[in-house]
Write a protein that binds this ligand. Structure first.
Ligand SMILES: [Zn+2]
Length: 155
């Protein structure tokens, strides 16, 4: 998180969801959210810290992440995530196996965190051309999410 005008915050990922948040006060924050971060409340922690720094209304963007059709998930871990965020996190792979819908989980976490609007980038990093996927490609190429404060840029 950052409440000082000027710096940009950037994160990289290649299947995990990147979340960028901002507020009218110029407080910004980013979260790298895979399933463990989702379960531990990383989005809520970032939102809470932003509010501690003076943020009021929070809006944000979720970057591209792996989709359920490509994200087979163990039943026990899926039960944990569903118990935390609801049944909407359950998905199916293209082969009909249990899967985690990470984007749905991030949306639930953002709602719980009081984020008033979260835009989501459509598409799956593993099967939508143009995105990078660690699981599908095994390379070091990553997406980047960069967040800056417009208030900072104006000063
Ligand atoms: Zn996919």
């Amino acid at each position: 998180v950052c409440a000082t005008p000027g710096p940009l915050l950037a994160l990289f990922s290649a299947d995990c969801a990147l979340v960028g948040l901002s507020s009218p006060e110029g407080v910004i924050g980013v979260a790298h959210c895979g399933w463990r971060g989702l379960l531990s409340g990383v989005v809520q922690s970032v939102a809470s810290e932003m509010r501690r720094l003076g943020a009021t209304d929070l809006v944000g963007l979720r970057g591209p992440c792996i989709g359920p059709e490509c994200y087979e998930f163990g039943a026990d871990d899926l039960d944990l995530v569903a118990a935390r965020y609801g049944e909407q996190v359950r998905g199916l792979t293209s082969a009909g196996r249990p899967a985690l819908d990470l984007a749905a989980g991030v949306e639930a976490a953002a709602t719980e965190a009081g984020v008033s609007s979260l835009l989501g980038v459509a598409g799956c990093t593993a099967c939508t051309p143009g995105w990078f996927s660690h699981r599908a490609q095994g390379t070091i190429a990553r997406q980047a999410l960069v967040v800056g404060s417009a208030l900072g840029a104006a000063q």
